[in-house]
Design a protein around this ligand. Structure first.
Ligand SMILES: [Zn+2]
Length: 315
């Protein structure tokens, strides 16, 4: 549109009543959301160098499906679009809802709130959320260094969303489980002072399970601070790390009392627990996904829905 005509359009705006203004805002927001989706689709399209089905390098444009460009592979003859083999493949009404759902992820909304805002049912909302959280591995720090804090946090086992629980008796609401009926799931967390973090959901906090989580992840000669658990000395030795155990009661364990402490990690875990409360319990099966979400929130600090889309699509 010409600048002059756009100026005329702006001059008309004060003449609109509030219903017309709201309709206009809704329309503009819808267009902006579509624009975000088109932007990541185009970016992905530019980076497409091989067929996502067979990895063959030669493919041709093969018409459109809706607004989506389709391609056809010259070897396997299968068709695909920009979203094929990404977490957002085969989601219905992507253009209308994907950017809005990304906004819900950014705001950390509950399933129900996201469903309402995106005009979908609860099951679809659940499905979409886990599409966004499909790649938690991508953001798990592969290298940590300097002063690295390690500790385990425990989360109550949960079968939220499961219809058939056969291996234990159901619990009454508000009552703690009997011994063995309500186990805690250990999660190992590693955090360095550059805010790089890696976490691992374990079945037991044993040496056998914890040792592989370290395997070359921390630069040699780094200092490993732990709570003094007997599990860590041998791991530190095996990985070539200086071990500084700081059990409860050690002078300098708390913040401000020296560089070697595990307060940064304790604080990280405490903020994680507060953040998780909004979901009123997280199914153990999906715990790793939620830890990945928290990692994105705290480390990547993505501030636009477009950034969330790029994160899900292009990493
Ligand atoms: Zn192919």
């Amino acid at each position: 549109m010409e600048r002059l005509e756009f100026g005329k359009l702006l001059l008309i705006l004060p003449e609109l009543n509030r219903f017309q203004l709201r309709a206009l805002v809704k329309r503009v927001n819808g267009d902006l959301e579509k624009d975000d989706v088109n932007y990541v689709a185009e970016k992905r399209c530019d980076s497409l160098s091989a067929c996502p089905h067979c990895d063959y390098k030669a493919f041709v444009r093969w018409g459109h499906s809706g607004e989506q460009q389709r391609f056809k592979c010259k070897q396997c003859h299968r068709t695909f679009n920009e979203f094929t083999a990404t977490p957002f493949a085969r989601l219905k009404h992507r253009g209308k809802r994907l950017a809005r759902y990304a906004q819900c992820m950014m705001e950390g909304l509950s399933l129900r709130q996201s469903a309402e805002r995106c005009d979908m049912n609860l099951a679809t909302s659940f499905h979409w959320r886990h599409r966004f959280l499909r790649q938690p591995e991508c953001h798990r720090a592969s290298t940590l260094g300097g002063i690295v804090e390690a500790d385990e946090a425990f989360f109550r086992e949960s079968f939220k969303g499961k219809r058939n629980i056969t291996h234990r008796q159901p619990r009454k609401h508000g009552r703690p489980g009997r011994d063995g009926a309500n186990p805690l799931i250990p999660v190992l967390l590693l955090l360095d002072r550059y805010e790089r973090e890696a976490d691992f959901v374990l079945s037991t906090n044993s040496l056998d399970e914890i040792t592989p989580c370290f395997s070359g992840r921390i630069k040699t000669d780094s200092v490993l601070c732990t709570d003094g658990s007997s599990l860590y000395p041998s791991i530190a030795e095996g990985e070539g790390l200086h071990h500084r155990p700081v059990p409860i009661g050690t002078p300098g364990r708390t913040k401000g009392g020296g560089a070697f402490h595990i307060q940064t990690l304790n604080n990280y875990i405490s903020r994680l627990r507060s953040w998780l409360q909004r979901f009123r319990g997280v199914g153990t099966e999906y715990l790793s996904n939620y830890l990945g979400w928290w990692r994105i929130v705290t480390q990547r600090k993505l501030e636009t829905s477009r950034a969330w889309l790029e994160e899900g699509m292009l990493t």
